[in-house]
Design a protein around this ligand. Structure first.
Ligand SMILES: Nc1ncnc2c1ncn2[C@@H]1O[C@H](COP(=O)(O)OP(=O)(O)OP(=O)(O)O)[C@@H](O)[C@H]1O
Ligand SMILES: [Mg+2]
Length: 416
């Protein structure tokens, strides 16, 4: 990932309003907001501690700043980096979730697409972090459902991995490579990707466990259980007010948990054969991701953004500069031996915090609900017309039009 470095990183640009709003008519205005970017430094690993002359090269100076403390080889390289949050080696995953992912993840409960992903070199702690973050998010989703009995929620799960640039269904391991299709409304979709309804939190955890078991993992010199594929667990959260309200609109949003494979150097991982081939694919798709992020972060943001150069960026397109809220947790080792890779990670993170997304509340109207609602309305109007003293028919019609707020309340999808 060799890209020219930016000048000394500045304090993050003040974030634009973080929560998109719904207009009273029911439609949503897209809100601009920067990607939330945090950095987590893990403790030194046993391997790193065992190395002769190993040094810690990075220090978290405060909750937003990370400093390079190692010997200065490249004078142009920055020594101080600032992000939305920085988590030191003693920090627990719970706090990383609370400060670096929860707010974005919970947006999915109100119809806003959300994506949480971990980025960093191999063995830096992406899988460790994403496991905890996903677990906490599942707990909070079901807590929210319990606390909002007036709404009916449906949680669906689908999951895929991108292994050697092939997309596989983690819920149907025997299925072959899946094709990507372009949908004018939804963007890139994965053809024939299985989707299951989660009956409850236990069932959802069970399905997530199946995905993890299916995922490609291999041993390298840097990580006994190195992820050899990019994994995307996608929850679709749909909710509507229960029957009695007569409301026909549902919120619907995707919540993606993305655990990327890590960038790696064959010289460090000692990869040969299959591992080397995997490493090549991983590095190529991460290079495309870096290019996409770098181009989106440039002030002009004009010109071609090469989303189509990798399956990963095609699938994540909405989350990178589109209709979603996105949080990126960048993970790194504090070891001096990995200083250059960690710098690359921080360069990626510095670009990512300048990327602006435009999330909005997504709503759907189901045919079934709409027909039911209209039948009730017709019956009510007929009853009112039979008793003209209660209201004139034109009044009723005017009230009805106002209620439906047709112009504003258009759904993003007409049917389901
Ligand atoms: N914050 C942390 N605290 C304690 N141990 C950690 C932490 N982060 C990672 N580890 C440990 O470090 C090792 C590597 O972590 P992990 O597998 O999550 O890395 P990774 O970034 O997913 O690597 P890869 O790209 O190869 O999949 C694991 O044994 C994990 O338990
Ligand atoms: Mg991993």
């Amino acid at each position: 990932m060799s890209t020219s470095r930016p000048p000394t990183p500045s304090t993050p640009a003040s974030k634009i309003q973080r929560t998109p709003t719904v207009t009273p008519g029911g439609s949503s205005r897209a809100q601009e907001e920067k990607i939330l970017v945090t950095v987590r430094v893990r403790p030194l690993s046993k391997r790193e501690l065992a190395m002769k002359d190993q040094k810690v090269a990075w220090e978290c100076a405060d909750s937003q700043t990370i400093l390079y403390k190692g010997p200065q080889q490249d004078r142009a390289a920055p020594t101080s980096y600032t992000f939305d949050k920085v988590f030191g080696p003693a920090c627990q995953t719970d706090l990383v979730y609370e400060d670096g992912a929860k707010d974005v993840a919970m947006s999915a409960l109100t119809g806003i697409n959300a994506t949480i992903f971990a980025y960093g070199q191999t063995s830096s702690g992406k899988t460790f972090t994403m496991r905890g973050v996903t677990e906490s998010a599942v707990r909070d989703i079901y807590k929210h459902i319990e606390n909002n009995p007036e709404r009916e929620f449906i949680i669906k799960i689908s999951a895929m991995e991108i292994y050697n640039e092939n997309v596989k269904d983690l819920l149907r391991p025997d299925s072959g490579p899946l094709r990507l299709l372009d949908d004018p409304e939804k963007g890139t979709i994965v053809e024939k990707l299985d989707e299951e309804i989660a009956k409850d939190s236990q069932h959802l955890r069970h399905l997530i466990g199946i995905c993890e078991e299916q995922r490609q993992v291999g041993e390298t010199a840097l990580n006994d259980a190195s992820s050899r594929s990019h994994q995307i667990i996608r929850l679709t959260v749909e909710s509507r007010l229960r029957e009695a309200s007569g409301c026909v609109k549902s919120f619907v949003a995707n919540l993606n948990f993305v655990d990327l494979a890590g960038s790696e150097r064959a010289a460090q991982t000692h990869a040969i054969g299959a591992r080397l081939k995997e490493g090549g694919h991983i590095n190529r798709s991460l290079l495309t991701l870096t290019t996409v992020i770098r181009k989106l972060s440039s002030e002009k943001r004009s010109g071609h953004i090469p989303y189509r150069d990798s399956k990963l960026t095609r699938i994540l397109q909405l989350s990178l500069g589109g209709n979603a809220r996105t949080a990126i947790i960048c993970t790194m080792s504090p070891a001096l031996t990995h200083a250059e890779q960690s710098r690359n990670t921080l360069f990626f993170a510095t670009c990512a915090k300048e990327v602006t997304n435009t999330a909005k509340v997504n709503m759907v109207v189901s045919d079934k609900q709409l027909v039911k609602h209209l039948q009730t309305e017709v019956a009510r109007l007929e009853a009112e017309l039979r008793t003209p003293d209660r209201a004139s028919s034109s009044d009723i019609l005017a009230r009805k039009i106002k209620q439906d707020g047709n112009g504003d309340g258009r759904a993003t999808e007409a049917t389901r």
